[in-house]
Design a protein around this ligand. Structure first.
Ligand code: MEV
Length: 332
């Protein structure tokens, strides 16, 4: 066990294709982005658990025994993933210890870039390193996914946890990371824009679930069509055919729209990308807000971004300069 502080970092994510259908077992394509969250673990001889977000004052959560036995609802929501990750780690290692946990983030939890999964994965890795557990990536993924499900519910597909753990761009199916598309997508010209609205993932997953219950045939057909698009997009990426991938984004967005998860601001952003020469665009994530993504010819990227900045109707829109295919969790 190390009494020196140990820091690990993990990347955020963007869903390229296949959101919502992935919840029901279909594949999706996901990429890790170069905005990271760091978690530092320092053993605490006083047998208490202290958590701190950089820029905020530290909070003493109480004794190890208290943190171990209390339900997650007793803690501030902003620390729930941290506390649940710690509890999951204690359970897995049959241990419990005083610890000071500090987190630092290169992105806000408002943009939908996967801050909860990134902080969970970074902390799991830091805890493993600080206590000499030597977890491999599959173990970090398994325990982090269990943590996320314990906080968010069983519907969470885990694609964001996979992106934070393994990094890169890849096809993902519930509990299973498949083919890597890292090399094939290295040169893609991706534009990411934030809608200015924070979406609540669980709300939109529940909305689609209700719709599926009411109209099972219709929604199952939509999910099947999304799966076909994911397969076609994978082939397009393998050919480095970003023009076709962009057109497939338009089709994927139309299907998400028919699931009822798009909004005026997302549609406006997507139309703007297309009007300014992008190959295509779609919402990325659960819908209701967060980000859109767009593929364009590299020469056209600036034009698309300028077009987004000219939108006057919605105030808080901004282009997020992020790179896809970032490295997964690592010790800093
Ligand atoms: C949310 O970012 C993506 C969804 O597919 C939910 C999930 O995969 O857990 C809507």
């Amino acid at each position: 066990m190390s009494f020196l502080p140990v820091t690990a970092s993990a990347p955020g994510k963007l869903m390229l294709f296949g959101e919502h259908a992935v919840v029901y077992g279909s594949p999706c394509i996901v990429t890790a982005v170069d905005r990271r969250i760091e978690a530092t673990v320092a053993m605490n001889a006083t047998e208490t658990v202290v958590v701190e977000r950089e820029g905020h004052s530290a909070q003493n959560l109480g004794s190890v025994q208290y943190v171990q036995t209390e339900s997650i609802d007793c803690f501030d929501t902003k620390y729930q993933f941290v506390i649940m990750a710690l509890k999951t780690f204690w359970e897995d290692t049959q241990s419990a210890f005083g610890v000071i946990i500090t987190t630092r983030s290169q992105f806000t939890d408002k943009e939908g870039l996967g801050s909860s999964s990134a902080v969970t994965v970074a902390l799991m890795k830091a805890l493993s390193e600080a206590t000499d557990q030597g977890y491999d990536l599959d173990t970090v993924f398994r325990l982090s996914y269990a943590t996320v499900k314990a906080v968010q519910g069983e519907d969470a597909s885990g694609f964001d946890v996979a992106a934070a753990t393994y990094g890169g761009t890849f096809r993902y199916q519930k509990d299973k990371k498949n083919a890597s598309l890292q090399r094939e997508t290295a040169n893609m010209s991706l534009i990411v824009a934030y809608s200015g609205i924070k979406a609540k993932t669980t709300e939109y997953v529940a909305k689609v679930k209700r719709f599926k219950k009411k109209e099972p045939d219709l929604v199952n057909n939509i999910m099947e069509d999304i799966e076909k698009l994911v397969n076609q997009a994978e082939q397009a990426f393998l050919r480095q055919d970003f023009e076709t991938a962009g057109h497939l984004m338009n089709c994927n967005h139309d299907l998400l729209h028919s699931l009822g998860v798009s909004t005026d601001v997302l549609d406006c952003l997507i139309d703007t990308c297309k009007l300014n020469g992008a190959y295509g665009a779609k919402l990325s994530g659960a819908g209701g807000g967060d980000c859109i993504i767009s593929l364009a010819h590299p020469k056209c990227k600036k034009n698309v971004e300028d077009g987004i900045y000219k939108i006057k109707r919605f105030k808080h829109i901004k282009v997020l300069p992020v790179q896809s295919g970032a490295e997964g969790v690592r010790i800093e």
